[in-house]
Design a protein around this ligand. Structure first.
Ligand code: ATP
Length: 503
């Protein structure tokens, strides 16, 4: 259930948004034209962090599992795909306009926020009853009933306080564009609202070409597009975003075990990349889609409350059967394993599917919220003691955009050359940066702000004995070591293996 943003929570998200912009993580799209709503660009540090997250997910799926292979399907698909999947008829949000403020809202979100208000006021029974009524009305597609509920609950526009509402109507979330340059009557092509269908329509191509036996999975990372009505909370809800999805094809009857297996595996992944266990929780869907056998969200506690970052769905044979019916191409698999009950092969069937679907951008936001920390540091003793605060991104070293910064202590005496030498000797292994401006303290601060786990200082002693100091971002401790030890020291700590070992 969504929870409105309170002022203090809002401030915290605001800090993160400001930090993301200032330090090159995320920019509003087309900012010089005042920005395009709910569309964002990733800056130099952001793209590195996002690529690291995507690469970790990709390798955790396809490299760690011999029976998971990847694809990269096109964004445009035959429009019939979206008829088969149910998106043309049913991928709708109920929207409502306020006549005074001219603002548009999701009717269900307004009601859920009212329920959350009851919950906070200590009346969970009333909250549950309201949510249940909403669920029933939406299932029955009773839009007049949804409007009546808004009126009965005296829900007003959060901006203007007005209760003058239009009727509720369904709004399809798919973006479409003209598919043919010559035939203006040709049906529109859609920008895919999820990546999963590119996997379903390729099920047999992949199974045969990769010579996979059931159970096996197909993973994909790619853009998806949804014309979200309520688009706020930064990159949490965007109109153009990226999904990392894996469809795992199983023998009917085994989907329950696989659902449990993937549910646990996916939670371990989030913990392994550094999301705090107490900020993660499972949220079972109360209301299942008609084809679903089970569905759960993995939620992360953002500054604006617990919200979904990943969905795990047991989808039965719904999608493949729908495509089989509409395309008239068999989507069956011949299973020649012996069924112990009959002593005969399991034979032909349409496989069942367990899906894991995580948004790369939501994972990015969760990672950023988790890493963003303000610390109070006390330095010195007695009268000399000072206290200051530092802001840092405590990113898992495997995710950090830059793995190490090299600082020549001064810009003379051969130190810059030595720093360059270190850079050249390590650049095949890690993303590094040389920083020679400002005092050392300021340089440390700059790297803390973007989450660089190690800072290497070249000083007078380096020129004598080829040793450097390595300062740890989190402990601020400095260790002197030979230059020749850097590759192993940093490599061990930033390696993806540190994450994989926890899966
Ligand atoms: P929500 O209820 O928040 O709209 P959903 O249940 O529609 O999400 P799914 O269709 O299950 O989401 O999509 C899987 C994942 O894709 C989500 O867990 C989320 O991480 C991501 N995702 C979905 N919609 C968006 C969006 N508009 N912006 C960013 N990420 C999104």
């Amino acid at each position: 259930m969504s929870k409105p943003v309170t002022t203090s929570e809002n401030t915290q998200l605001k800090d993160i948004v400001a930090h993301a912009k200032e330090y090159g993580f995320v920019f509003q799209s087309s900012e010089i034209y005042d920005g395009l709503a709910a569309v964002y660009d990733y800056g130099p540090n952001g793209v590195e962090l996002k690529n690291n997250l995507k690469r970790l997910w990709w390798e955790a799926m396809t490299q760690l599992h011999g029976n998971v292979v990847g694809i990269d399907a096109a964004i445009f698909m035959d429009p019939r795909t979206w008829e088969a999947s149910g998106h043309v008829a049913g991928f709708n949000d109920p929207l409502i306009d306020n006549l005074d403020s001219q603002k548009r809202y999701r009717a269900d979100v307004l009601i859920e926020e009212k329920a959350a208000e009851y919950e906070r006021a200590g009346d969970p029974a009333r909250a549950a009853a309201l949510t249940a009524t909403l669920g029933r009305l939406l299932t029955e597609n009773d839009l007049a009933g949804v409007k009546q509920l808004i009126l009965d609950e005296k829900i007003v526009d959060p901006l203007s306080g007005s209760a003058k509402w239009t009727d509720v109507r369904q709004f399809n979330l798919m973006f479409s564009t003209q598919g043919s340059a010559v035939d203006s009557d040709a049906p529109p092509v859609y920008l895919r609202p999820e990546t999963a269908q590119g996997i379903f329509v390729n099920f047999l191509n992949v199974q045969k070409s990769a010579r996979q036996k059931i159970p096996f999975g197909i993973a994909q990372i790619g853009k998806a597009f949804r014309n979200e009505i309520v688009a706020r909370q930064f990159i949490f809800r965007m109109r153009e975003f990226e999904q990392m999805e894996m469809q795992f094809f199983v023998r009917p009857g085994t989907e329950g075990e696989w659902y449990d297996t993937w549910k646990a595996a996916r939670r371990r992944f989030h913990e392994a990349i550094g999301l705090a266990p107490e900020k993660l929780r499972f949220h079972d869907h109360d209301k299942l889609a008609h084809y679903a056998k089970a569905a759960v969200d993995i939620e992360y506690e953002f500054p604006f409350g617990f919200k979904e970052i990943e969905g795990i769905h047991s989808r039965s044979d719904f999608d493949l059967t729908q495509h089989q019916n509409l395309s008239r191409k068999k989507q069956q698999y011949f299973d020649n394993d012996l069924n112990p009950d009959t002593g005969k092969p399991y034979g032909n069937y349409v496989p069942y599917v367990v899906e894991t679907s995580v948004g790369a951008d939501r994972l990015f936001l969760a990672t950023l919220c988790q890493a963003y920390q303000e610390e109070t540091i006390t330095e010195g003793e007695g009268e000399e003691q000072t206290t200051k605060t530092r802001t840092l991104l405590k990113l898992h070293p495997a995710l950090a955009p830059i793995k190490a910064a090299i600082f020549p202590l001064v810009r003379k005496d051969g130190m810059p050359e030595k720093a360059q030498e270190i850079f050249d000797s390590l650049r095949f292994d890690f993303r590094l940066v040389i920083e020679d401006k400002d005092a050392i303290g300021k340089r440390y601060t700059r790297q803390d702000l973007i989450g660089t786990p190690f800072c290497i200082v070249v000083d007078g002693q380096t020129l004598e004995d080829d040793t450097v100091t390595v300062r740890d971002r989190d402990t601020r401790e400095q260790t002197r070591m030979p230059i020749s030890a850097l590759r192993a020291y940093i490599g061990e700590r930033v390696s993806f293996k540190t994450v994989f070992a926890k899966l």
